[in-house]
Ligand binder design. Structure first.
Ligand SMILES: CC(C)(COP(=O)(O)OP(=O)(O)OC[C@H]1O[C@@H](n2cnc3c(N)ncnc32)[C@H](O)[C@@H]1OP(=O)(O)O)[C@@H](O)C(=O)NCCC(=O)NCCS
Length: 168
């Protein structure tokens, strides 16, 4: 039986659970890289422009996805899924909801950047994204002292009846 994941916009009451979830989820990334202080400052500076979707399994907060509205795309920051609830379709549910928001707002694509060494390119490819470009990372430091590659990815959003978006 598949897990039922519900997705909604986050509200103020979600903040304690989201802070806890963020610390647990980001630990996976911290095994690979650490953002520079400049990158952390830039992320905080953009906080006001961000919206957040939260994923629930029953009463449990299992994931979230922050995004910004840009002229040409909805820009994902994350998603972040609790380690105990990965591979149950939580990220897929969050991105499906963001695709619905893009359709409703006439936004043609979703975009994101991920670091190749995290292994996330494969996951986002399964979620329907494709690679747009690769470049050396300038705003993060490798934990393993290896060169890091920043991968820019996008997902083209079709009209509801269209065929150009495929969830792999
Ligand atoms: C990346 C992340 C958000 C994926 O969340 P998730 O809820 O486990 O993903 P889903 O269950 O929706 O899986 C989506 C697809 O990716 C695949 N997948 C998920 N984790 C995978 C892994 N570790 N290796 C290979 N494939 C994986 C799933 O099988 C599924 O594909 P399928 O439907 O074809 O089988 C989660 O692992 C996470 O929070 N990681 C730490 C934070 C992070 O890296 N965030 C992204 C920053 S850019």
């Amino acid at each position: 039986m598949s897990t039922i994941v519900s997705v909604r916009h986050a509200n103020d009451d979600d903040q304690p659970a989201l802070r806890e979830l963020s610390a647990r989820a980001v630990a996976t990334l911290r095994q690979v890289y650490r953002p520079t202080p400049v990158a952390i400052g830039a992320k905080h500076a953009r906080r006001a422009n961000r919206q957040c979707l939260v994923a629930m399994i029953g009463p449990i907060t299992v994931g979230y996805l922050e995004f910004e509205t840009r002229p040409d795309a909805l820009r994902l920051l994350g998603p972040m899924v609790d380690p105990d609830h990965r591979r149950q379709g939580v990220a897929r549910a969050l991105i499906s909801q963001l695709i619905a928001i893009a359709r409703n707002t006439g936004t043609a694509r979703l975009s994101l950047a991920t670091i190749e060494q995290t292994g996330n390119v494969e996951i986002f490819t399964k979620l329907g994204f494709h690679v747009v470009s690769r470049a050396p990372v300038t705003d993060a430091i490798s934990v393993k002292n290896e060169p890091l590659v920043d991968v820019e990815m996008e997902l083209v959003v079709s009209s509801p009846a269209g065929s150009d978006h495929r969830m792999a």
